[in-house]
Design a protein around this ligand. Structure first.
Ligand code: HDD
Length: 683
């Protein structure tokens, strides 16, 4: 058995990483060769005012290492953030798959999860309108299994052959590298209109799903149809889902754009802080399964990655839970060097002929070769499996393993034909023996040619507020497109999805309104609307606006009660330090009106202060107005009530004003759990 394994707890991934972790604090400084350094500020010079000498090995080493600190950023998904955690299955999945990590509900499997945006560079703002990557590496005892998904269950294209075209179109335009982290430009929409298989995913990208409130509050999808294979060799088609325990929630577009300026790290900060606070993000793993013999039972092709399987037709079975419970020690070593690959599978999980998946199976290793500089990236601590790995692969840049012996080929007699292959019973991976018999052709199956039915189903499933947001999103994106022809092509394309939608944004961009199309699709899938998601006040961040002279006795009690509901409160005032109540007790101020902004919070509670402090109230009113216009819950007690009355907000949905602390806490907690109050009229 590998000595890196089973050191204590789990299957040893944490301990394995610790072997490579170092702490430079309280140590003597040395060069990389271990020689102690006596001076680290001045290069070695010929005379006090003279030139630096070539023999200064310390300077040369320090500078050379620095010059090589960067590696190419990911061509897509460059901006991301990750955390460690564990996964546990609820009950054995033996009837469906032999995958070892899905058998024993008492055995946790370590995981590493990286969330990302797709289009932007490594330093871009995190609230871009974009799909989010949701990539999970399971360190199983049978090898690494990577589920490399997105928060949108379908994709723009049906064949990986078109991926470079898609990415060229959505990235900043090559002649001036604009716009950063945005699809609101000519080339993206030109691609959409001329590659109409993108219709369904574009609907998702224009929906609230593309501006999540948090990585902790978004779903994840494996997108492709994979296979589960059990010990008897029976196969089920399977789609994977991650369901966030806190529900699926989004921000509004105006807010997203402002967050990008106020805190471009908003999503990573949220994840990092939740884990540091012990509010571990949780996601349930769900699977939709279709037995092999039912492959053709549906009105869409189940291998088409632009189609989802409506949950009402193929129920999602929740089979386990993932908990993210540990932040990384070092972003570069762990997140930047993590190499995910949909082709990293374990026995019991297999591929299908989805042509998008087939192409991905090539692309991911290929990209790591350039990004991580050679074929040995599997040896990097974050990528190492927890089980032993032995084969005849040798050498290459950065090789760390020291392979003993002179035999590095198969078959051999000098090493008794080892390392030896394993039978299926011994755990050897055996590809599912699917019968394939056909012509070599460059063509797409007719069963992949309906691009609009599910796009319409998505539209039909949205609430009124969600539909409005989508019309606005199209209007924004196409409003930024310069080509009138591209604008009109997109209007005409989406008239095939829904006339109200296409006319809605055509009007906003001054395009010709499309003719009414005879679209007979009435199907809905309620599971697609975020209106129907879990609502909970847990971990919601409330800005508490306090000024000197606030009603301290009651307000402190209210804050404690809110916190017992899992709500996090942060005090905002006009200056840092302590804010003093009318009975002289104090509370610490975490932010000023200058360092905080309503867009960084889920809700606002105004308890106010001395009523005569006009400047304070002016700033507070601005803060609250903005939160109100983003449909956020707003609460007020004491002097805060007058502020809301003055701004005519007091009668609006999601606004809670009460002098009675008990009633206030109950109603405000409900309002916070509701997330947003779309029924509110915003002037
Ligand atoms: Fe991809 C990265 C997800 C289609 C080629 N992809 C990447 C990441 C995620 C996805 C989450 C970031 C992994 C990380 O955090 O390191 N990609 C998807 C999904 C797709 C998809 C859900 C469609 C269902 N991707 C796709 C295609 C190709 C690629 C069709 C090419 C044939 N993807 C890549 C890549 C990346 C990548 C170029 C960039 C960095 C990396 O792989 O490691 O190889």
């Amino acid at each position: 058995m590998n000595k890196e394994r089973n050191m204590n707890g789990g299957n040893g991934k944490k301990e394995q990483l610790e072997q490579f972790t170092t702490d430079d604090r309280n140590q003597k400084m040395t060069t990389n060769q271990g020689v102690k350094v006596s001076e680290d500020e001045f290069s070695l010079k010929a005379g006090e005012r003279g030139p630096t000498l070539m023999e200064d090995f310390h300077f040369r080493e320090k500078m050379t290492h620095f010059d090589h600190e960067r590696i190419p950023e990911r061509i897509v998904h460059a901006r991301g953030f990750a955390a460690h955690g564990e996964f546990q299955v609820y009950e054995s999945m033996k009837p469906y798959t032999k995958a070892g990590f899905l058998q024993d509900p008492d055995k946790p499997t370590p995981v590493f999860v990286r969330f990302s945006t797709v289009a932007g560079s490594k330093g871009s703002g995190e609230l871009a309108r974009d799909a989010r990557g949701f990539a999970t590496k399971f360190y199983t005892e049978e090898g690494n299994y990577d589920l490399v998904g997105n928060n949108i269950p379908v994709f723009f294209i049906q064949d990986a052959m078109k991926f470079p075209d898609l990415v060229h179109a959505l990235k900043p335009e090559p002649h001036n590298e604009m716009p950063q982290a945005a699809t609101a430009h000519d080339t993206f929409w030109d691609f959409v209109a001329n590659n109409q298989e993108s219709a369904h995913m574009v609907m998702w990208a224009m929906s609230d799903r593309a501006i999540p409130r948090s990585f902790r509050m978004m779903e994840g999808f494996g997108v492709h149809t994979f296979r589960f294979v059990n010990e008897e060799g029976k196969s089920h088609f399977v789609k994977f889902h991650w369901k966030p325990v806190l529900g699926t929630h989004s921000v509004v577009w105006d807010e997203a754009q402002k967050i990008n300026g106020k805190d471009p790290d908003f999503h990573r900060r949220d994840l990092w802080e939740a884990i540091e606070n012990g509010d571990y993000p949780e996601y349930e793993l769900g699977v939709q399964m279709i037995p092999e013999e039912e492959e053709f039972r549906f009105d869409f092709d189940i291998l088409d990655p632009t189609k989802l399987w409506p949950e009402e037709e193929v129920p999602v079975k929740l089979i386990g839970k993932m908990t993210l419970n540990r932040n990384v020690d070092n972003v570069f070593a762990e997140m930047e060097q993590a190499a995910f690959h949909p082709g990293h599978v374990v026995p019991g999980i297999d591929f299908t002929n989805d042509p998008l998946l087939q192409g991905r199976l090539f692309s991911y290793t290929d990209t790591q070769l350039i990004r991580l500089g050679g074929p040995n990236f599997h040896e990097l601590p974050i990528n190492r499996p927890v089980c032993p790995f032995h084969n005849n692969q040798r050498d290459g840049y950065g090789r760390q393993t020291i392979n003993r012996g002179k035999v590095s080929y198969h078959k051999n007699s000098l090493a008794q034909n080892t390392p030896e292959t394993s039978t299926e019973e011994e755990g050897g991976y055996k590809h599912y023996e699917e019968k394939i018999d056909g012509y070599k052709i460059r063509r797409r199956s007719d069963s992949f040619k309906d691009h609009f039915t599910q796009a319409t189903m998505f539209w039909n499933s949205m609430s009124e507020a969600e539909k409005e947001h989508m019309i606005e999103a199209f209007s924004f994106e196409l409003g930024k497109v310069e080509s009138k022809s591209v604008q009109q092509q997109v209007v005409d394309m989406f008239a095939n999805v829904n006339t109200e939608l296409a006319r809605g944004f055509a009007k906003a961009i001054g395009a010709e309104l499309p003719e009414e199309k005879d679209n007979k699709v009435t199907k809905k899938s309620p599971a697609l609307s975020q209106e129907n998601t879990t609502k909970s006040p847990a971990t919601r961040k409330v800005a508490v606006i306090l000024g000197d002279g606030f009603q301290d006795t009651e307000v402190k009690g209210i804050l404690e009660k809110l916190s017992s509901q899992g709500i996090q409160t942060e005090v905002i005032s006009d200056q840092l330090g302590m804010v003093k109540g009318e009975n002289q007790s104090e509370l610490e101020v975490q932010h000023t009106f200058l360092t905080a902004d309503s867009v960084l919070f889920d809700a606002v509670y105004v308890a106010g202060g001395k009523e005569e402090d006009k400047t304070f109230y002016k700033k507070a009113a601005y803060f609250v107005q903005e939160a109100f216009s983003h449909y956020k819950p707003i609460g007020a007690t004491h002097a805060g009530g007058k502020l809301l009355e003055g701004a005519n907000m007091d009668e609006s949905p999601g606004v809670v004003i009460s002098e009675d602390a008990e009633t206030f806490v109950t109603k405000f907690t409900e309002a916070v759990a509701a997330h947003r109050h779309w029924e509110r009229e915003v002037i």
